[in-house]
Design a protein. Structure first.
Length: 288
């Protein structure tokens, strides 16, 4: 039976630490404050947003929620992000993706104050990450690394295959995995929708990390005996009695082969939330 890489037991003490930091900032008269901005009615995105606000409320982080109607002109979004970034009592800004097609995402990224950039959206922060001089790292890549570290999965010299090359997950995670000691020091292969023979790439890996949002794309035959699998995806799939969240890995068929695998939901998700909250207090402490 493979080890279940559960996120909650690792995330809970991290959240407790965040709550403590938030309390001391509030005691000093500077309660940490997160501004969130969304321009989507996508139910999954709306739910993630709601969960963020609930988690912040639980830990003593103040929030300001901005929802721009998806049909509004992009200028409304640019103005909202600029105002949130400039607000004196806001420590951190988070912009929920996806954004409408007519929005210039690069412009949104540049409108976030790099000192208030909760999820490493600003190109200066992404550039610093690549240069090995991070000011802040994005929540989901941090979540994957903290989870693997907590379960003692050795990455030094290991062959790691990533499935997905997004700016939010695949690209920054690949760069973090490549860091020299005390970083992970892994050998990294990054796959995407044009990759030929994906199975050959994943089968060659000690650790497979998937973030492509394609339910059951990875079946057991695509994994090496004894591999560790981190399934970042949580795709909302409608069912007869509501909906469920499904990963990229066919967990039933992977179970016989792998040494360790994350559950979906309950693996990376709780960790991503904890990492985002930690980023908010990190930014707030620097400003205080
Ligand atoms: N658990 C969490 O905390 C958390 C947080 C954020 C996101 N997520 C989930 O993570 C997933 C990825 O998010 P994202 O924002 O990175 O998504 P994204 O921007 O849509 O990127 C998806 C990536 O997967 C690649 N891909 C798609 N189909 C593929 C295929 N058949 N074979 C190989 N690669 C394929 C795409 O390739 P191309 O570049 O060629 O298009 C792209 O690079 C989503 O399911 C999302 O729900 C989870």
């Amino acid at each position: 039976v493979p080890t279940r890489l559960e996120g909650e037991p690792v995330a809970a003490p991290i959240r407790a630490g965040v709550a403590e930091e938030a309390r001391s900032l509030a005691d000093a008269g500077a309660p940490p404050t997160l501004a969130t901005v969304r321009m989507t009615e996508d139910p999954a995105a709306a739910r993630f947003m709601e969960l963020k606000h609930e988690a912040c409320a639980d830990l003593g982080i103040r929030t300001r929620a901005h929802a721009v109607p998806p049909e509004a002109p992009p200028a409304r979004l640019y103005g909202t992000v600029r105002d949130a970034s400039e607000a004196a009592d806001v420590d951190a800004v988070f912009v929920q993706v996806p954004l409408p097609d007519d929005v210039d995402e690069g412009r949104v990224r540049r409108l976030i104050d790099p000192e208030k950039d909760a999820d490493c959206f600003h190109p200066a922060n992404l550039g610093r990450l690549v240069a090995g001089d991070s000011r802040i790292d994005p929540a989901t890549p941090r979540a994957v690394l903290r989870l693997l570290d907590a379960y003692g999965v050795a990455l030094g010299g290991a062959d790691v295959t990533l499935v997905g090359r997004s700016t939010a997950i695949g690209r920054p995670l690949a760069n973090l995995l490549l860091r020299r000691p005390p970083g992970p020091d892994a050998t990294v292969t990054v796959c995407h929708s044009r990759t030929r023979d994906l199975g050959a790439k994943t089968r060659a890996a000690d650790v497979v990390i998937t973030a492509c949002g394609r339910p059951r794309l990875i079946d057991g035959s695509m994994l090496a005996e004894g591999a560790t699998v981190v399934d970042v995806s949580a795709t909302r799939v409608e069912t007869d009695d509501g909906h469920e969240l499904v990963g990229d890995v066919d967990a039933e068929r992977a179970r016989d082969r792998v040494t360790a695998i994350t559950p979906v939901p309950g693996g990376v998700g709780p960790m991503t939330m904890a990492m985002l909250l930690e980023n908010v207090v990190t930014l707030a402490k620097r400003r205080a």
